[in-house]
Design a protein around this ligand. Structure first.
Ligand code: FMN
Length: 390
C-alpha cells in the first residue's frame, strides 16, 4: 500500500524521498517533519557533520494547501556539506574535478567499502560509502514523518528510548509516559529514561572517544495505541513481526532486532514467557497481564504496545584504525579514517521510529484502505465497532 524510496549520497547535493500510497486529505505539518529531522541529528557521541547540517525538508509534490492529494510525495533535504564536495563529486566529469583527492582505497572493516567496491567494480570505495552512509536515514525520517502523521490521526503514537550503550544497560522497565517524555526532551544526551544509567552511558561514550574507539548499544521503539488486527498470520510475508524486523534491521549498523522480550524468551520456560489473557467486563476488552510478546502474536497486533528493539554494532570508522588491505596495491595498510560519529544509539532510535511508522502505516492502510482520509476513517471506525461488539 505504502511504498517509499530514497536517493542521494552522503556528500551529494541532497537526499530525496518518494512516498506513494497515502490517502488524500491528510493534513501535513512540515514543522513536524523538520522536528523529526532535528531529533535525528542529536545525541551524545555524534561527529562534526551534525554541526554543518541543519536538516529541513522541502516538499515538491503530493501536498497542496497543507494536505496530501493522493499523488506521490517527493521531498528533498539539502546537504550543506555539498559546498565542500562539489568539485570532488561533480555530476559531469569536468576538467576541474578533484577526482583523486578523496579516494578511499583502504576499506574499513565493517563498512560496505570492500564488498561494495568488488560488487560494483570500483577501485575506490568513495562511491560505495557515499550511499552506504547513514546520512540516508535523514530521508527515511522525513518519509517516516508522513507515516507518523497518518497514524496520529487514529491515535497511534511512536517513541523510542535508549536501553543500552556499550556495557551499560537500563536495568528497569520504562512505561509509555516516560518514554514519550524522554523522546520529546531535546536536551537529553542519550534519551535514556533513567538519569543514573544515562550518566554511566555517557561515561561509556567518553571512554570510547578517549580510546579512539566506538561504542554500540540498543534502542527500543514503542508504538502506542495500535489497534488489534494489523498484519496477518496467513502468509510468511504478511507477518507484521517479520516486516518490522526487516525494516529495523535495514537501519545502518543494526545487527539484531528483538520483538518484545524475544531474546529472554529463548532461555525461559513457556509459563514465564506468554502473557495471560483476561476480559475486563467494564472496559469491554480483552487484556494481558504483561506484554512480553511486544504487542504481536502470530504476526498480528494484539492491541498492546508494539515493542521493537534494534541492536547497533559500534561504528566501523575508527580513529585507531584496524588493519585492512589496499584495494589497488593489495598491501596491508590501516583502514581509512574520516570524520565520524562514535556513538549513534539515540539517532539510530529516531531512524528506527521512522521505519516502524512506515511499516505500521503500510499495515494500517492494508487493513483499512481508503483513497481519502475520510474513507480510511469510516473503515477504521466500522472495524472499531466490530471489535467492541466481538
Ligand atoms: C544514525 C547513524 C549514524 C551513523 N554514522 C556513522 C558514522 O559517522 N561513521 C561510520 O563509520 N558509520 C556510521 N554509521 C553506521 C554505518 O552507516 C554502517 O555501519 C555502514 O553503512 C555499514 O552498514 P551495516 O553496518 O549496516 O552493514 C551510522 C549509523 C547510524 C544508524
Amino acid at each position: 500500500m505504502l511504498r517509499f524510496y530514497t536517493a542521494g549520497e552522503s556528500h551529494g547535493q541532497a537526499l530525496l524521498a518518494f512516498l506513494s500510497g497515502l490517502p488524500a486529505g491528510l493534513p501535513i505539518d512540515v514543522a513536524a517533519i523538520n522536528h523529526e529531522l532535528h531529533r535525528r541529528q542529536l545525541g551524545y557521541g555524534r561527529g562534526g557533520r551534525q554541526k554543518i547540517e541543519k536538516d529541513s525538508a522541502e516538499i515538491f509534490a503530493g501536498v497542496r494547501h497543507g494536505q496530501t492529494i493522493g499523488a506521490p510525495i517527493a521531498l528533498r533535504i539539502e546537504n550543506r556539506d555539498w559546498a565542500n564536495w562539489e568539485k570532488i563529486l561533480p555530476v559531469e566529469d569536468t576538467k576541474s574535478a578533484e577526482t583523486t583527492s578523496k579516494k578511499l582505497v583502504a576499506p574499513r572493516p565493517g563498512h560496505a567499502d570492500l564488498a561494495g567496491s568488488q560488487k560494483f567494480n570500483f577501485h575506490d570505495a568513495r562511491y560505495v560509502l557515499e550511499r552506504a552512509s547513514a546520512r540516508e536515514t535523514a530521508a527515511r525520517v522525513a518519509a517516516g514523518s508522513f507515516a507518523r502523521q497518518l497514524l496520529a490521526q487514529f491515535g497511534i503514537e511512536i517513541a523510542s528510548h535508549t536501553v543500552q550503550v556499550g556495557h551499560v544497560r537500563l536495568e528497569r522497565a520504562a512505561c509509555w509516559n516516560e518514554i514519550k517524555a524522554i523522546c520529546a526532551d531535546l536536551e537529553s544526551p542519550l534519551r535514556c529514561v533513567d538519569a543514573q544509567a544515562q550518566e554511566k552511558m555517557k561515561a561509556e561514550v567518553d571512554a570510547a572517544l578517549k580510546a579512539g574507539d566506538t561504542v554500540g548499544g540498543v534502542f527500543e521503539i514503542v508504538a502506542h495505541a495500535v489497534p488489534v488486527g494489523l498484519g496477518s498470520h496467513a502468509q510468511w510475508d504478511e507477518k507484521l513481526d517479520g516486516r518490522l524486523a526487516q525494516a529495523v534491521m535495514s537501519v545502518q549498523a543494526v545487527k539484531a532486532v528483538e520483538i518484545g522480550s524475544g531474546i529472554l524468551a529463548a532461555r525461559s520456560y513457556g509459563s514465564e514467557v506468554q502473557d495471560e489473557i483476561s476480559y475486563d467486563k467494564q472496559a469491554r476488552r480483552f487484556k494481558r497481564s504483561s506484554n512480553r510478546a511486544g504487542g504481536l502474536e502470530g504476526g498480528i497486533t494484539n492491541g498492546e504496545d508494539v515493542v521493537v528493539r534494534g541492536f547497533l554494532k559500534p561504528i566501523s570508522t575508527l580513529r585507531k584504525p584496524l588493519g585492512t588491505a589496499d584495494l589497488v596495491t593489495k598491501e596491508p595498510v590501516q583502514a581509512a579514517y574520516e570524520r565520524s560519529d562514535w556513538c549513534v544509539v539515540p539517532a539510530g532510535g529516531v531512524a528506527g521510529e521512522a521505519m516502524v511508522a512506515l511499516v505500521l502505516a503500510d499495515a494500517f492502510l492494508q487493513k483499512f484502505g481508503g483513497d481519502s482520509l475520510a474513507e480510511t476513517r469510516r473503515n477504521f471506525e466500522s472495524y472499531g465497532r466490530q471489535i467492541d461488539e466481538f
